[in-house]
Every structure is written in C-alpha cells, then in structure tokens.
Design a protein around this ligand. Sequence first.
Ligand SMILES: Cc1ncc(COP(=O)(O)O)c(C=O)c1O
Length: 386
Amino acid sequence: MKLFDVYPINDITITKAQGSYVWDENGVQYLDMYGGHAVISIGHTHPHWVKRIEEQLEKIAFYSNSVRIPIQQQLAEKLSKLSGKEDYQLFLVNSGAEANENALKLASFHTGKKKIVAFSKSFHGRTSLAVAATDNPNLVAPVNETENVDFLPFNDEATLKTYFQTKGKDVAAIIVEAIQGVGGINVASESFLQLIRRLCDQNNAVFIADSVQDGYGRSGKFFAHDHAGVNADIYTLAKGMGNGFPIGGILIAPHIKPKHHMLGTTFGGNHLACAAALAVLEVMEDEKLIEMAKQRGMYLINRLKTIDGIQNVRGRGLMIGFDVPEEIKDLRKKLLYDFNIFTGEAKPNVIRLLPSLAITRKQADEFLDALQEAIAEIKSASEVEA
Ligand SMILES: Cc1ncc(COP(=O)(O)O)c(C=O)c1O
C-alpha cells in the first residue's frame, strides 16, 4: 500500500531527537528551529516527559470517558495555575482542528446563533467548521462551503466595527489567532483584540482565541492574547500541549454552561495523553520556560533585526517570522541542507522560527551565525554568476 501523497517532504529520515536537536539515520545532527511545527515545547524527549509517559503506560493507557479519570482533573488544575484562567472549564480532545471545531460548535450551542467571523490569512484546521473558518479556498471541499462564515481583514478595526453595526446581532463567535502562524507571523494589535472583546460583549457573541500555535507559553505569556490584557471566552489548545504526544483542549469561561452529550470524544483526555500534558506543564513550571521564551525571543528578534538581507522581522517570544527577498529565496533550503538547520515557512516568502521554549542562548547563536553565513554564501554565489 502506498501512502496518500499529500505532503511535499524533505528527503530526510529522523531517527533520534533530544532537546533542540534531531539526528538523521546517518547520524547527522540538525538544529530544530521549527520545533516539529511549533509542537516541541519543552524539548524533544525531555527525560521527565519520557518517564511520566512510561510510568503511566505501565498502569493504564486508556479507558473511555464513561468513568472518572482523575488525571484529567490534575491536568485541569495545573493548567489553571499556569494559564491564570482559574475559573475556566476544560474539555479535552486530540488535535487543534478538533479543538476549534468544538469551540465553534459550543459557541453556536451557547448563543443559538450561526454566524462566525474569521479573518484574512487565518488557519484554524481541516475539519468541516474549522476549515470553513480558514482563509484558504484550496483547503475547503465543496461540502465544507458555508454562508455561516464571514471573513474580514485582519487588524482592520474600522471594517470590523462597520460589519457589527449591521450584522452584529447574528454573530455566534469571532475566532482569531493573536499571532497568525500559517498566515505568516502576523501579530494582532492589542486594540484589535480589545475591540473584539467589546463587540462580543455587546452582541452576545463568543470570543474564541485560537491558541493552537501561539499559545502554551510560546509568545512569552501563557496565551498570546494575554498581551492585549483581555480574556477570551474560549481558548483552543493543541501543538505544544503534549510536546509531540497528540492532545488538544478547550478552556471554557464559567458563564458557558455544559449540558450532557453536547460535546464528546472517544480518545480525548485519555490517561496517557494527560500524563504527557501534565509532564509538559511540570517542566514548563520547573524550568520557567515561559520567561525563557520571552527572553530568548527578545534576543533572537533583536539580533535578527541587525542582519542584512532579511526583512520585516516580527513576532513575539519564540514565534518569529521574517521575509526572505527574492535574491536569497533559497535560504531555507540552504539552511537545511548545508547548515543542518530546520526552520518553518509560510507562503510565499516567510521563514518561521518555532523552536522549543527551552532553546539555549548558545543554540540561538548557532542559528544566527549560520543564518548570516548562509545569506553571505547565497549572495556571493549569485555575484559570481552575474
Ligand atoms: C492556529 C492553528 N489552529 C489550528 C491548527 C490545526 O491544528 P491540527 O493540525 O492539530 O489539527 C493549526 C495547525 O497548524 C494552527 O496553526
């Protein structure tokens, strides 16, 4: 049987990983500035995370949500402590798309309304409602097309206000990333997020903070939306939550009340996933990784701004992007194949940095030195050609 060919892949087989490094089958070491797509929060194969999963595996890996699962409550308590959203409720799922799907559905149940507002360049996942709220027609199958989602320009307060003047009362939810990831590292302004909060309050709509990529400490605060000083009604989580073990969740404000059977899942919140997620939070707390993300992020952003050849350095914490001009368009490939460094991308010409929150200053320097060398080599090769 062949694999369904939906990913353009690099011809590299990774067989080992530790901290901010991975190794291929030939023993070649790579620096991971991509964090396996923003997933590696505490570092690859962190010993505490491995131990917690192993210990849980020896006891019980899974039982359905038809019985009490105390480790879910432990996770909820740790999550409220670290996130500061103490009175919120937790519903556990398995992925980011599932988190957003459930959040949007819950908003509609709660308000009794249908209209969703999403923004240009948004990415919320590939299940039916999440993809309908994703601004990329190539991902939307005919069956997912719906008039229930309206897209407005990101960071455009005037357009959002005008829209709400006529249609506000029909809106069930506004879903927004505080830092768009797939869209190219676009930071929402504080006043834009504050306006969303006000409009949701005035129109009985639910503010959904898609924190799948920018959450879990990556921005230097637990939630990237926290930088605007507002609370969302629902936060959606995945990626960094399990450090690679599949788990997602939604945090739900206390005024949104549950009803039996309104949401449900077979695998969500299983024992093993909860053990992995608890280990992540324990390490984040012990190693002060949110503060580390802030410090390392500031260091990287400040140094990147001084590097000639790249443009428009932006982001927060360890969610950083910059534009790669046409003359050095092969930069990402060169970093991977000549300097053994993984980075992320966003179309058409953005390099995204999403390393582990535990990246060291030395590793950051290793990346910055390689970046400068790679740019210089591409430029001098093109001068020779000219
Ligand atoms: C902001 C955001 N939301 C949702 C998702 C979907 O997450 P998943 O791939 O786990 O379904 C992603 C994935 O990249 C994302 O970046």
